[in-house]
Ligand binder design. Structure first.
Ligand code: NAD
Ligand code: UFG
Length: 336
């Protein structure tokens, strides 16, 4: 079975391509390399001992999509392509709506015309907005996001729900990721942000490897255990396993289905720093600063629905997340 993976060269996409190849799927990876490197997929091929087909191109390019669907018997699409920097999305909303919403709609139109109706979409826990209570189950209300990036995820979710209502042939998974971290245990592929990382885990890893001086902890006055923000960090290998399960389950059901992909456990920023220091043996100096605009105090998943319906749950604990992040970062101090 052939799967089209958009954004396949990126952090999560490259791990998903590897898992698909290992599970026996044929993979077509489409990526414009806007925020990633061609090298990630070369390493994936080496790790898998199998070839994939890479197409450098854009999901907004309708002609290219039509050609891909005409030339290959694609049965399903894993759609990771998009831009994800929250701050940048505030400064450049049009780029975010054009890529994440416009690009997605173009992809869905090409799929519809090619008769391909099975889709797994990368959504985010950001669609829950400022949560009323914890943990977050899929029935919790969604809310207008505080930034265009989050808003683009919410809009695409709504587009896909409308699509599934309009045409019963669609089988769609809306996977709401909590906080993906970690890397493949080989240390060969991992998260390689361009410029200063926006997210906690790559920032910690870059401080530890000597690329950045110190971590800024955004807010120490939240109503949490130690005052710092609490999140549900999930190992990227567990996360992509959830995609493979969703792909299988979609084979036998139609409609649009929402699943949280999280562990169900929250850790604070300072707990993450301490766990990383313990595993890596490196010091991670930090300063406590003001809260970051738009951040929630705490956010963790109720993963029950995915466990019941996908027969999936996260297996890796914090130690593996830290050890695998550090192996990737120390083997590749400057990324790919
Ligand atoms: P990433 O930036 O590493 O990967 C995204 C990939 O999409 C990149 O390789 C990029 O070059 C490609 N891309 C961007 N625009 C494209 C376009 N128009 N056409 C073709 N390719 C394009 O990010 P990631 O962390 O791997 O995230 C993958 C998906 O998961 C994204 O949709 C992201 O919004 C979503 N997500 C990520 C997180 C997270 O914390 N990493 C959390 C929730 C949701
Ligand atoms: N943090 C710091 N210093 C940093 C970076 C982050 O203290 O340099 C803190 C944040 O304030 C927050 C925690 O670490 O308390 C996690 O922050 P991240 O930026 O790593 O992750 P977020 O929870 O803010 O956002 C992530 C993804 C979004 C996604 C969201 C869904 O970046 O794309 O999870 O919950 F929408």
């Amino acid at each position: 079975m052939t799967v089209l993976v958009t954004g396949g060269a990126g952090y999560i996409g490259s791990h998903a391509v590897l898992a698909l190849l290992e599970a026996g799927y044929s993979v077509l990876a489409l990526d414009n390399l806007a925020t990633s490197s061609r090298e990630s997929l070369r390493r994936v091929e080496r790790l898998a001992g199998r070839q994939l087909t890479f197409i450098e191109g854009d999901i907004r390019d309708r002609q290219l999509l039509d050609k891909l669907f005409a030339e290959h018997t694609i049965e399903a699409v894993l759609h990771f392509a998009g831009l994800k920097a929250v701050g940048e999305s505030v400064a450049e909303p049009l780029a975010y709506y054009a890529n994440n919403v416009g690009g997605s709609v173009t992809l869905f139109q090409a799929m519809a015309d090619a008769g391909v109706h099975r889709l797994v979409f990368s959504s985010s826990a950001t669609v829950y907005g400022e949560p009323e209570s914890m943990p977050l189950s899929e029935s919790a209300p969604t809310a207008r996001a505080s930034n265009p990036y989050g808003q683009s995820k919410l809009v695409v979710e709504e587009v896909l729900k409308d699509l599934a209502r309009a045409d019963a042939r669609w089988s769609i998974a809306l996977l709401r990721y909590f906080n993906p971290v970690g890397a493949h245990p080989s240390g060969e592929i991992g998260e390689d942000p361009q410029g200063p990382p926006n997210n906690l885990m790559p920032y910690i890893a870059q401080v530890a490897v000597g690329k950045r001086e110190q971590l800024t902890v955004f807010g120490a006055d939240y109503a949490t255990r130690d005052g710092t923000g609490v999140r549900d960090y999930i190992h990227v290998v567990d996360l992509v396993e959830g995609h493979l399960r969703a792909l299988e389950v979609l084979e036998n059901c139609t409609g649009a289905h929402v699943w949280n992909l999280g562990t169900g456990r929250g850790y604070s920023v300072l707990e993450m720093v301490a766990a990383f220091e313990a595993i890596s043996g490196k010091r991670v100096p930090y300063t406590l600063q003001a809260r970051r605009k738009g951040d929630v105090a705490e956010c963790w998943a109720d993963p029950t629905k995915a466990r019941k319906e996908l027969d999936w749950q996260a297996r890796c604990g914090l130690e593996e997340m830290m050890a695998d992040t550090w192996r990737w970062q120390s083997k590749n101090p400057n990324g790919y």
